[in-house]
Ligand binder design. Sequence first.
Ligand SMILES: Cc1cc2nc3c(=O)[nH]c(=O)nc-3n(C[C@H](O)[C@H](O)[C@H](O)COP(=O)(O)O)c2cc1C
Length: 171
Amino acid sequence: MAQQATAAERDALIDQRQLRAIFGRFATGVTVITANYSGELFGVTVNSFTSLSLDPPLVLFCLHDRSSFRAALDVGSSFTVNILSEEQRGIAGLFASGVDRFLKVNSLPGLGGSPVLTNSLAYITCEVTQQLPGGDHVIIVGRVIDTGLLRRQGRPLGFFAGAMHKLKPYQ
Ligand SMILES: Cc1cc2nc3c(=O)[nH]c(=O)nc-3n(C[C@H](O)[C@H](O)[C@H](O)COP(=O)(O)O)c2cc1C
């Protein structure tokens, strides 16, 4: 009798390079998510940010399970989502790979102390309510505790097919 393939056997048939390229065809904005955990500043570039719920006000993002940032995201701690503008391409690069990230950017402490990056389009400060397993990532769910619209006329930084983009409106 033919045996059904296990989930692991089916996963092995999915080409990871192809999957990465396919996932990258979904265009997103770019955020830098920051935290101040016991006086230590954390910040990481993230494009998996998603608005989740208006009532109650919830957001989520997906963080690699080996990220140094995990240490700052206990349930009850806070973080700030900084939505980047097209002028902040360098900051997106810095928070994806750089060292001494906060020495090179201007920021102000938000509610709970997580840095709000100046020149961002908007920010959302949240309290961590859940950490859910998601394969090689962790899904972080946050409840919104503060927001700010910093640049109503600013344009977003976009991410598509592995590269940063400026968004152009239809004429
Ligand atoms: C545009 C862009 C989007 C990214 N999105 C995510 C993301 O959603 N989740 C994640 O864990 N890493 C994401 N990364 C990768 C992290 O920014 C990168 O691994 C960072 O160096 C992690 O910092 P750490 O080593 O301090 O944890 C993204 C990188 C870029 C350039």
